[in-house]
Design a protein around this ligand. Structure first.
Ligand code: G1P
Length: 298
């Protein structure tokens, strides 16, 4: 079985749900506690054994490229100011030279199209995809769990969670087959089905391990839900010739593409940080309990 070395992270989306913040800043640079959203996806990929990150970016996303580069002036200033803790932290996060590639999705044609844009950078090997809006919180990252199942099964692996059965129209939904290892075989796959026709309430939560044969299918994929080229539709076609397995995630995923998910993620990650937890637990609890704050809601 070939090792999964590369991860594709699509970051071309406009982030209209976060206007005005995203008017001049990529949504992936919004911070959860003190790290940009994109850092969580990269950390999760590295934890799962990935050693090369491919960003599929777009116009006005240069801040992401700069963020993953070295900032020599900042480092000098920190060094002169004796801020060795901050320097060490930046150093720890620094990816090695050559470990990041970028390509641009020129037009907003959907997730399937974004992944297809990375075809030359991935080449003919299995690869991971992480949707950075979905931020994984748990003992281990979500991709690491999917990678465990991949080591058992090979083929293609997608990470799943259960959603409210009334919410299937928001996600890619899979049909459940026989149990395999810690997961199950996927029998069906459909993008954003209405609850009445959804094969289950197991939704694709934004982590994939795919074989490179997906690229040829993405290259001639018809538009689907939302008039976009959907990754789910191409995976459904690949299912005719290759196996797909689902790895249920045992942590919690926050949809940081939505305001509520983003705020919940900030609270959850702050409470999980030893250096911050005690500073915020009491004030947050008080705020939640305080009647006047809730009744002042605009
Ligand atoms: C995308 C995928 C969908 C998946 C979802 C997870 O949809 O197409 O299958 O369930 O991400 O967030 P989007 O949220 O881009 O509409």
């Amino acid at each position: 079985m070939r090792k999964v070395r590369k991860a594709v992270i699509p970051v071309a989306g406009l982030g209209t749900r976060f206007l005005p913040a995203t008017k001049s800043m990529p949504k992936e640079m919004l911070t959860i506690v003190d790290r940009p959203v994109i850092q969580y996806a990269v950390d999760e990929a590295l934890e799962a054994g990935i050693d090369h990150i491919i960003f599929v970016t777009g116009r006005n996303k240069e801040a992401i490229e700069d963020y993953f580069d070295i900032q020599p002036e900042l480092n000098d200033t920190l060094r002169r100011a004796g801020k060795s803790k901050q320097l060490a932290e930046l150093d720890k996060l620094q990816l090695p030279p050559g470990a990041v590639s970028l390509t641009r999705q020129q037009s907003p044609d959907g997730l399937g199209h974004a992944v297809w844009c990375a075809r030359d950078l991935v080449g003919h090997e299995p690869f991971a995809v992480l949707l950075p809006d979905m931020v994984s919180h748990g003992r281990r990252g979500c991709l690491a769990g999917a990678m465990d199942l991949y080591a058992e099964t090979g083929g293609n692996v997608i990470s799943v969670e259960e959603c409210d059965p009334a919410q299937t129209h928001k996600y890619g939904i899979v049909g459940k087959g026989r149990a395999v290892g810690t997961g199950f075989e996927v029998t069906e796959m459909v993008e954003k089905p209405e609850p009445a026709v959804a094969p289950s309430n197991s939704y694709i939560n934004g982590r994939y391990i795919l074989q490179p044969e997906i690229f040829a299918l993405l290259g001639n994929q018809q538009r689907g839900a939302g008039n976009e080229i959907q990754l789910t539709d191409a995976m459904h076609r690949l299912m005719e010739v290759q196996k797909f397995y689902a790895a249920p995630f045992d942590g919690r995923m926050f949809d940081c593409g939505s305001k509520d998910g983003f705020i919940q993620a900030n609270v959850a990650f702050a409470l999980a940080r030893a250096d911050i937890r005690d500073l915020v637990l009491e004030p947050i609890t008080e705020m939640v309990m305080a009647k006047e704050i809730r009744s002042n809601a605009a």
